[in-house]
Write a protein that binds this ligand. Structure first.
Ligand code: ADP
Length: 550
């Protein structure tokens, strides 16, 4: 990392390190009565306040110290969104140890790989994952203690896990007198592995400084716009890039927090939204699909839900239109990645857009959005030369900023930066106003006769057809064009749709040579651990598909 020169005249402001513990300490002191409401794995609803959360996080930090956890040690979680997970966010990082949130939807072998690579010392888990842990425990070489996130009454009676600890007893045993330690803000705070669709997962190691700066920036009006008047329900899991930073940005804003636990189906979410007066939420497109269908099928309305962030993969325009026009929920389309903590851009309008007709505003809102302060971005050609921001030229997207990785944990993947910029692996355009539009992931781009076809645009058209529930567009080999697009479609239940009709639906909506060569219908699409459609699996499945044009 670069060393910067110091001016002979130092500024005279207090040199207070930006530490994660300061967020919960602030919330406890200044928004002490604001609530954290959680649907527990045990089935009931739990409620308490930021004041309670901070006190228990300190007790937890003290208990961790007694278990021998020291600064820099990794402490893992396999847990849903809930208050105990939030206590771990603060108790572990606040004590100087490193919180390693693991995606429980990964294959057990992959989880064991990650645990060993991170050298996790303790693993905290929700009871849902007990069977998986029992299988994995023998392969997790570095884990000394396992802790079940429950009270004594719910502890498993019989388990193969040796000396299993009970979370509530652990917290109970910690001292209330524990004071948050102060240390260098560049210390590691938390660790998150990328899903590793190609090769082994790689770890992004966040610092206290990067996390606090990301929390400030992401709460701003141009980004997630979180305020003390909000009630926020992160559907995005706390193991998916720290629930996009919400467990940090929500307490620093003083908003009420609502955690959905393991119940992520449309009905459970809708009920919690209504019961707790949720005003703001965040999640990947696939989760909104379930919630929107439940609300529309049952002819329901949201009474308090006004705004949601959608990211992680492209938000289909049809989904955005349904949320805005039918359900009166404003959509903030956002883009980011694990390597960016994760927020890079968010799509909110500028003053000049407000004078424009609604369709023009909607066209802006469909893009992935504007960089938030702290993130710089550029697009380059294959030789690394910067490309113009004309909204049409697409190129490889590179980013930099204080919450972007400089390399992966334990040097995995070697040197990753290119002249100080992080290559995102995404292909994008940037318009003259600075709005980013993602065309594709570079590995998903379809290369037809030397030209790129953006699969996201094709999926967006297909998703606008009333009989299409889900669509994914992939490249399949073609003797003349090298690759051509194949559309894989899940029909809406009970609706008819023929291949020819869907292909005709594309006419006039995209360039003629972009229209997919063929359509196949499937019962479902493969979805990965973070709710994204796994195009690599689709490509494998349809590798031999013979296009009519071939
Ligand atoms: P993984 O998918 O490997 O688990 P991430 O969750 O970090 O890792 O995914 C980051 C990637 O997700 C980005 O590089 C981009 O390709 C994609 N992505 C994220 N948000 C969007 C969006 N709004 N539109 C299109 N693609 C997105």
């Amino acid at each position: 990392m670069p060393e910067y020169p110091m001016s002979p005249l130092a500024g005279q402001m207090m040199d207070q390190p930006l530490l994660i513990s300061s967020i919960i300490a602030f919330a406890a002191r200044h928004y002490g009565d604001s609530e954290i409401v959680s649907r527990r794995v045990e089935g009931d609803i739990h409620r308490y306040t930021y004041r309670d959360c901070e006190r228990r996080a300190r007790k937890l930090a003290d208990a961790l110290e007694h278990l021998g956890i020291r600064m820099g040690d990794r402490v893992a979680t396999l847990a849903w969104n809930g208050y105990r997970h939030m206590e771990l966010y603060y108790g572990v990082s606040g004590s100087g140890a490193v919180l390693h949130t693991i995606n429980p939807r990964l294959h057990p072998e992959q989880i064991a790989y990650i645990v060993n690579h991170a050298e996790d010392q303790i693993l905290f888990f929700d009871l849902t994952f007990l069977p998986a842990i029992e299988i994995m425990a023998r392969s997790c070489k570095t884990v000394k203690r396992y802790v079940a996130l429950c009270g004594r009454e719910h502890m498993p009676r019989e388990t193969s896990i040796p000396a299993l600890l009970c979370y509530e007893e652990l917290v109970e045993g910690g001292s209330e007198d524990y004071a948050w330690p102060e240390f260098d803000e560049r210390s590691a705070a938390s660790l998150c592995y990328t899903s590793g669709t190609t090769g082994n997962p790689k770890g992004a190691l966040y610092s206290h400084r990067s996390t606090v700066l990301h929390a400030y920036a992401s709460a701003m009006p141009n980004a997630l716009n979180v305020s003390a008047a909000d009630v926020v329900l992160p559907v995005v899991p706390m193991f998916h890039v720290n629930a996009w930073g919400l467990p940090y940005s929500v307490p620093l804003s003083g908003a009420k927090m609502v955690y959905p636990g393991a119940a992520l189906d449309g009905k459970s979410l809708y009920e919690l939204f209504e019961q707790e007066g949720v005003s703001f939420s965040a999640g990947v497109p696939t989760v909104w699909l379930g919630l929107i269908n439940y609300v529309l099928e049952n002819d329901l309305r949201f009474s308090t839900f006004r705004r949601t962030v959608i990211g992680g993969s492209s938000c289909p325009p049809a989904m955005m239109d349904t949320l805005i026009d039918r359900l009166r929920v404003q959509v903030v389309h956002a883009w980011g990645m694990t390597e960016m903590s994760p927020l890079g851009t968010a799509c909110t309008l500028m003053g000049k857009h407000l004078q424009q007709p609604p369709e023009a505003q909607r066209a802006v809102l469909r893009k992935q959005g504007h960089a938030i302060y702290g993130v710089d971005m550029k697009i380059v050609d294959d030789d690394g030369a910067e490309l113009p921001w004309d909204g049409a030229t697409s190129g490889h997207l590179l980013v930099k900023g204080p919450w972007v990785v400089s390399g992966y944990f334990r040097g995995e993947g070697g040197e990753v930066l290119q002249d100080g910029w992080f290559p995102t692996g995404d292909v994008a355009t940037i318009d003259p106003d600075g709005y980013l539009a993602i065309t594709d992931r570079s590995k998903d781009v379809i290369k037809s006769g030397g030209e790129w076809i953006g699969s996201i645009d094709l999926e967006n058209v297909a998703m606008a057809h009333p009989a299409v529930l889900q669509a994914a567009c992939i490249a399949v080999p073609h003797p003349k064009w090298a690759e051509r697009p194949l559309l894989v479609v899940v029909r809406r239940p009970g609706m008819e749709l023929r291949r020819e009709d869907l292909l005709a639906f594309f006419e006039g909506k995209v360039a003629k040579w972009w229209i997919p060569d063929d359509v196949v219908f499937a019962d479902s699409l493969p979805v990965g651990g973070t709710g994204k459609i796994q195009k690599n699996k689709l490509r494998e499945a349809y590798q031999q598909h013979r296009l009519p044009s071939a």
